[in-house]
Ligand binder design. Structure first.
Ligand SMILES: Cc1cc2nc3c(=O)[nH]c(=O)nc-3n(C[C@H](O)[C@H](O)[C@H](O)COP(=O)(O)OP(=O)(O)OC[C@H]3O[C@@H](n4cnc5c(N)ncnc54)[C@H](O)[C@@H]3O)c2cc1C
Ligand code: SF4
Length: 327
């Protein structure tokens, strides 16, 4: 049996109280929402906070509603709530779809969208018990000095593995953060950095309080597809999110795609606009877009599935996502 390390559990009722607790205990504290990722990670001794600051009891972090045309989702809303919310489903079905693809029903009932945005990166050599990791001499991300994936490099390339961020990126969503320095907004596109050890621009002591999707995104056609070993529970081996503005006659006005589960941040595909803008999404254009994505995606051995096969799946999943957009 894997046991949790000892910790004190704090239940703030307001955002200010949560931020103040995180400030008071500094490096010894972490925020926890559903705990579906953090608690197993604590059992694996990947994190050993002396204080957990629970966010689920903070009323201001709840609620899914429209505000001046924006869709506002409280960070502590569960993935089940996001996936089933009538407004989210009607306006942003790709987001509801992505939320519904996380893990399995029990985990979606506990796991939150804020926790999904802040999910730790994952790697075959990291998401293991302390005993397993110790037998290998640990690794750069935690307690060690070498990376078993790159072998020579001094950089962690653990995989970004969350389902909702790629869709939030193509929908131009904004994350609202509150911390010791006050409140700030950060586009989800700029939220992630290519560092597997700490892959976001969230400062220590800051919490994500809400996610906002602009009214301009509502007219876009978006889609999400996910490759995984089983159709439930499993983290992604590859995901593709696409969004396009398409005229009534089928002409593409703008298009973009994001692929994740490759490196430490979701990858925005380049060169898509040049290929598709002003053309229809017919078989020829879809094949060109899929080929362009394939050129740019180079999966690593950070996930326990053959990287060459994952790379071969990139154009397949891009085509599937584009088919969803056109239908
Ligand atoms: C078996 C299994 C399968 C899974 N499969 C998937 C999957 O397919 N796809 C997927 O995306 N995820 C998957 N997960 C991971 C997890 O369930 C989800 O990502 C979930 O959304 C995490 O949310 P949470 O509220 O439980 O986060 P927590 O576990 O509470 O927290 C996760 C991290 O985010 C931080 N955090 C949480 N909330 C905030 C906040 N508001 N502001 C700042 N920091 C915060 C925590 O400190 C912690 O570092 C899986 C987990 C398990 C155990
Ligand atoms: S990518 Fe390398 S450093 Fe990062 S978790 Fe995996 S083995 Fe460790």
């Amino acid at each position: 049996m894997l046991r949790l390390p000892p910790f004190r559990y704090h239940r703030p009722a307001t955002i200010d109280e949560a931020v103040s607790l995180l400030g008071e205990y500094g490096d010894e504290a972490l925020p926890v929402s559903g705990g579906t990722d953090l608690v197993p990670n604590m059992k694996h001794r990947l994190f050993e906070p002396r204080h957990l600051v629970a966010l689920k009891g903070v009323g201001a972090l709840k609620g899914i509603r429209e505000e001046d045309g924006w869709l506002r989702i409280g960070a502590a809303e569960t993935l089940t709530a996001v996936g089933s919310d009538p407004i989210a489903r009607a306006r942003f079905p790709a987001l509801a779809d992505a939320a519904g693809h996380v893990a399995g029903p029990q985990l979606r009932n506990m796991g939150t969208i804020g926790g999904n945005l802040c999910l730790d990166t994952r790697c075959t050599y990291y998401n293991q018990t302390e005993f397993w990791r110790g037998a290998l001499g640990y690794c750069l991300k935690k307690d060690g000095t070498v990376c078993h994936v790159t072998r020579v490099g001094k950089k962690c390339v653990a995989a970004h593995s969350a389902d909702t961020p790629p869709v939030l990126m193509v929908l131009d969503a904004v994350a609202v953060l509150v911390g010791p320095g006050g409140r700030r907004e950060l586009p989800v596109r700029d939220f992630f950095v290519a560092d597997g050890i700490a892959n976001s621009r969230r400062e220590p002591g800051e919490i994500v309080t809400e996610i906002r999707i602009p009214p301009t995104a509502a007219g876009r056609r978006a889609a999400y597809v996910k490759l995984r070993q089983r159709q439930a529970i499993d983290f992604p081996l590859l995901t593709v999110a696409v969004a396009a503005d398409i005229e009534g006659d089928g002409t593409v006005r703008s298009i973009e795609g994001v692929v994740t589960a490759l490196g430490s941040r979701p990858k925005e595909l380049s060169g898509w606009r040049e290929i598709a803008e002003g053309r229809r999404l017919d078989d020829e254009v879809v094949a060109e877009l899929a080929g362009r994505a394939h050129q740019q995606c180079h999966p690593l051995e950070n996930i326990i599935v053959d990287p060459d096969w994952r790379r071969a799946m990139v154009p397949v999943y891009v085509r599937r996502a584009l088919e969803k957009v056109t239908t």
